[in-house]
Design a protein around this ligand. Structure first.
Ligand code: AMP
Length: 396
């Protein structure tokens, strides 16, 4: 069974082709285009590359095309992307203006190009659909909640990958199996052992922290939009609701300009004044730049704030997992996050931490009650796996 996963940006198309034949999971091909001006041509060129590489003889060989869709009104999970679902995505364009419109356009173009091939979306919000309402509700009037103002959560594919893989690495196949079936049976798969409490830290260009109890998310740092939680590369993260009207009035700027500054000129870039890439911020710190140091300190403090929140909520943690560009590679940030927490049973092995880059590793000392892990994430594989599961469950 071959499944193509298409990652659609406003001017980019990236893809991975997976083959699930013979109970294996094989990546057959990956590629992409930036600065796409003609999307139908980009789809043709993608198919041509797959054929040239011998990965695909014909598009009718595809069991499905899977998409890491972001958010839709009253729809989540892993679903067939028919006109009803595309309409539900359109209805929430305002919540994800950078993501939903290009996805809707791209999905329709794939549908036109290969009408016989099922199109499937795994929504980024899916992983949080079973989280307690108390962890997801903002204290707003019902009328606000009714138009979608609540915590939705994002990075769902990544945190789901971590939920499953961390359970496997910690010897809890019962929990891993619950995660595998989450969108088929709503987390009803029973677990044999005691609960497994994992705090998943997706730290990258965009960052979020999620608490996961026995495979099911209990809450996440991202809110109604990806514009909350930790400071992001160039986006603000958490901000007091009064800040925007106050800044608009006091700085004499428009709402749109305030939004632009909060989504383009804030986060690590905004505080440091250096760059939206944490590697450049580190270099500036080494050169004695105090603003750059403050940017890293704010980032670490926010990560600790959210990790602490789920640690407390779950009565502790069995594992804290670091993933994505910063989480997998940046040992200084990992060490800052774990500093001084020995009393909570969090003991980082400094030498192991310093030498670990983007490989599955246990970073904690053997005596540490909380395991500290690096697990490289694989969001596209999760989309492909869920697409496969949906096809199989709708066949039964
Ligand atoms: P992601 O969103 O997961 O692709 O992560 C991208 C971010 O990870 C980049 O903006 C960098 O700030 C950071 N990053 C990538 N590689 C490294 C590295 N080797 N060391 C530190 N940070 C890194």
């Amino acid at each position: 069974m071959k499944i193509l996963v298409a990652n659609i940006g406003s001017t980019s198309l990236k893809w991975r082709l997976f083959d699930f034949s013979n109970n294996a999971e094989r990546l057959l091909h990956k590629g992409g285009f930036e600065r796409v001006a003609d999307y139908p041509k980009a789809i043709e060129d993608c198919l041509a590359q797959l054929k040239d590489a011998g990965a695909l003889a014909n598009e009718s060989e595809l069991a499905a095309v899977g998409f890491k869709t972001v958010i839709a009104k009253d729809v989540t999970g892993c679903v067939r992307l028919d006109e009803r679902v595309l309409g539900a995505m359109e209805a929430y364009n305002g919540l994800a203006p950078a993501h939903n419109p290009p996805y809707i356009t791209g999905i329709r173009l794939f549908g036109k190009r290969m009408p016989g091939v099922p199109l499937v979306g795994l929504f980024e919000t899916a992983f949080y659909q079973f989280a307690p309402e108390a962890m997801m509700r903002y204290a707003v009037p019902d009328a606000w909640r009714d138009i979608g103002i609540r915590r939705w959560g994002f990075h769902g594919a990544s945190h789901k990958f971590i939920a499953e893989r961390s359970a496997e690495l910690l010897g809890r196949n019962d929990v891993a199996e619950r995660v595998r079936k989450l969108y088929v049976d709503g987390g009803k798969t029973s677990v044999n052992g005691t609960s497994l409490r994992v705090i998943s830290c997706h730290l990258g260009g965009s960052s979020s922290v999620t608490g996961i109890n026995s495979g099911v998310a209990i809450g996440t740092s991202m809110g109604m939009s990806p514009q909350s939680g930790l400071p992001q590369n160039n986006r603000v993260g958490d901000l007091d609701a009064e800040a925007i009207p106050y800044a608009v009035k006091t700085l004499g700027i428009t709402n749109e300009e305030a939004q632009r500054q909060l989504t383009k000129e804030s986060g690590l870039k905004g505080i440091s004044g250096v760059s939206n890439d944490i590697r450049d911020v580190h270099k500036a710190v080494a050169d004695g730049n105090a603003k750059a140091k403050l940017a890293l300190d704010v980032y670490v403090a926010s990560a600790r704030h959210w990790i602490g929140s789920y640690f407390f909520e779950m009565g502790g943690a069995d594992a804290i997992v670091f993933t994505a560009g910063i989480g997998e590679n940046d040992f200084a940030i990992r060490s800052g996050i774990c500093a001084g927490l020995e009393g909570l049973g969090i003991e980082l092995d400094a030498a192991l931490n310093a030498s670990t880059r983007a490989t599955e590793t246990v970073l904690s000392k053997p005596s540490s009650r909380v395991k500290l892990l690096v697990i490289p994430t694989n969001e596209e594989l999760v989309v492909a796996r869920e697409t496969k599961r949906l096809l199989e469950s709708s066949r039964n």
